[in-house]
Write a protein that binds this ligand. Sequence first.
Ligand SMILES: Nc1nc2c(ncn2[C@@H]2O[C@H](COP(=O)(O)OP(=O)(O)OP(=O)(O)O)[C@@H](O)[C@H]2O)c(=O)[nH]1
Ligand SMILES: [Mg+2]
Length: 342
Amino acid sequence: MLVKNHGGVTVVGIGSAGIKIVSLLSRKSLLVDRFAYISCDEGDFSTVEPKDTVLVESRVDQKLTPAMARGLALGSHGRIREVVNGSKVVFIVAGLGGATGSGLAPLVASVAQGCGATTVGVAVMPFEFEKKMKFYAGVSLRRLRASSRGVIVIDNDTLMRSSPADSTLTTLYDSANKAAVKALGSLLSKSSEGSKPIGLNKLFGTVLQDGYSLLGVSSSGAADKAEDALAGAVVSLSKLAEAKEANHAVVILNGNATLSGQEVGLAVGRLGSIIDNQAVDVEYGVDYSGSAQLQVSVLASGFRSTKYDDYDPLSKILGDRILDDEMDASLPEGLELLQPCD
Ligand SMILES: Nc1nc2c(ncn2[C@@H]2O[C@H](COP(=O)(O)OP(=O)(O)OP(=O)(O)O)[C@@H](O)[C@H]2O)c(=O)[nH]1
Ligand SMILES: [Mg+2]
């Protein structure tokens, strides 16, 4: 894995959810040069190449908190730096709310930024019923924002809407992963026969704005599937923030050859009126590697507030600022960063 100065795009999966999602992504043909996986739990690495992994070891079997995970990672900063070193762009994917992803995603982001990469966090937020996870998720999201150029937020609740009510938790996770991987895969897709990829520059036009970029996802097989799925994606966005506040957006249509150019044009052209803001700056991409069931993903930024502000009571007071002693272990992390990246 440790090709130095490769100058390309690296995607790092952290913790159980992050690793599952990134290992699924790594099977697609993407604008990505390197995949890496970081966790405190060796069991998370079962589906990935051992050479691409960084294990943050805990000497005793204990239930971790995010701060403990960060403390344990002090000994792994060198390895983490090797993973991101030389990359132009680093995407850091983690489910927030547990110990590993919440603790390590902001740390890895600040190491990547320190190595000069444009760093984008991809945060998968807990299901509504995972109430205990919300506080850690909220604090970690704010820290991730402070240590990255942009953060894409994917909400598990908005991803599982199509699952039957009696689904098991594993089925819920699997269907959330499928939707997330389809959306992320299309956002990072390479150009191929007939498709129109979005490309990193246009993606960054939405992602590198102030605040978070929120992802709304929906699929449809109806006769007017493009408009139907677009409307569904906006509904899922509006569960996270006030949709009309969006000022930049990327619309991705992931379908197959049954999706006509006219449908694409109509759907993309209608985003402004659906969210009731004609001034929204819209870019779009079309990926024909999917199925007749069309998935539309809308990634939007520019929101003044989101539902996650309530997860972390400190966010209203601090905004993007981070206290030195908040969730501790941040001082040693800062000191470590003084070591040069080559
Ligand atoms: N979409 C999706 N979300 C998941 C999955 N597994 C866990 N999550 C979510 O990810 C968040 C964090 O969970 P994990 O990834 O299990 O936690 P972790 O980072 O491994 O942390 P610890 O195991 O506590 O050290 C929570 O919001 C869960 O809802 C998954 O397979 N798919
Ligand atoms: Mg885990």
